[in-house]
Design a protein around this ligand. Sequence first.
Ligand SMILES: Nc1ncnc2c1ncn2[C@@H]1O[C@H](COP(=O)(O)OP(=O)(O)OP(=O)(O)O)[C@@H](O)[C@H]1O
Ligand code: NI
Length: 375
Amino acid sequence: MAIDQSGTTGTPDADEDEPEDIVMSVRDARVSFDMARGQAWVLNDVDLDVRRNEILAVVGESGSGKSMFASALLDAVEDPGRLAGDVTYYPDEAAGESQTIGSFDEGLDDSVDVLDLDPDELQAFRWEKVSMVFQGAMNSFNPTMKIKAHFHETIQAHNAVLEERMDHVRKLFDALYIDFDRVMTSYPHELSGGIKQRTLIALALVLEPEVLVMDEPTAALDLLMQRSIISMLRNLRDEFDLTIVFITHDLPLVGGLADRIAVMYAFEFVEVGATRDLMKNAAHPYTRSLLRSVPSITSDVDEMEPIEGARPDPVNIPTGCSFHPRCPVADDRCEIEDPDLAAVEDDLQAACFYTDQAREQIDYTLEDESTGDDR
Ligand SMILES: Nc1ncnc2c1ncn2[C@@H]1O[C@H](COP(=O)(O)OP(=O)(O)OP(=O)(O)O)[C@@H](O)[C@H]1O
Ligand code: NI
């Protein structure tokens, strides 16, 4: 079937009788900045659902709006950016009130309108329900405080029971292969990048949020550490019943991690789908071009083709389909009409009028480990 009447995207539902279990939904989300050159749109009318317990990767080039989307999920867009639209969180009804650990008690049996929360509620919501590891946050540890003090501070700020929370942290540290006694008594500078990043992930999970948003959590790490964190995240999701939103510019990296992938171009989603479908046979020309430009161990340097053309300017987003100036299959229609996300397959949606042509004309090959096939 196609997309539902409310314009819901990201949730093509093959079985009408069994609606997807949604933990967060984003509708018409827009972020604007007033700039000397004019108004900049850095999130441009975005719709997406996050399914409970999934690992959803949000992928796009630098400057495409990924961090804006991540921040929107927690109403954390910084001034002078203005966020509008709807962001809704749906608590897990099965877990009920027993799920409450800290101080957030706003409408727990009901949906939560995130953009309506007052500052205190938002502060509680951000750690207890939807938690975020911000981009570059590895350097946000206070250098004068031992790691343990960071945990105590967060637990106390949420009026949670210290001993009980620290027991939980032990479990988190085990799952992340962190030595509890050594790391708790260390100062941040005494830890390696990989340990620091994993410690941050544990800190984000101390109040048992349902959703963990991670913005480029592996960008500063070497390839080996990136991969080891990726493999820990799947276990973490299973053991702690998490939903993970993983933001990255590295599409092949998330092939082995994510259940679904949402591809961002020019401040909106252009393709959303199940990892296997999207990696194996992407429908949007941008996704296909991105996959084509990926260097692989077996591919010749000659075969790599970076996407030509300039990245879109948020003050001057192209008319029609914003990818048309760089798109090999675009025609006159694409200059005028802006395609909506529409179902291409059961669990694959693309915002493009010419997905057949894109599949015919833009070739790429990927190694199996990038398609999610090896797990
Ligand atoms: N304070 C600001 N004022 C104006 N524009 C901004 C501001 N902060 C960010 N932007 C713009 O918003 C756009 C989206 O930024 P965002 O940080 O979401 O990109 P990103 O996809 O996360 O990129 P990266 O991979 O580099 O982190 C960019 O074009 C950026 O220049
Ligand atoms: Ni970013």
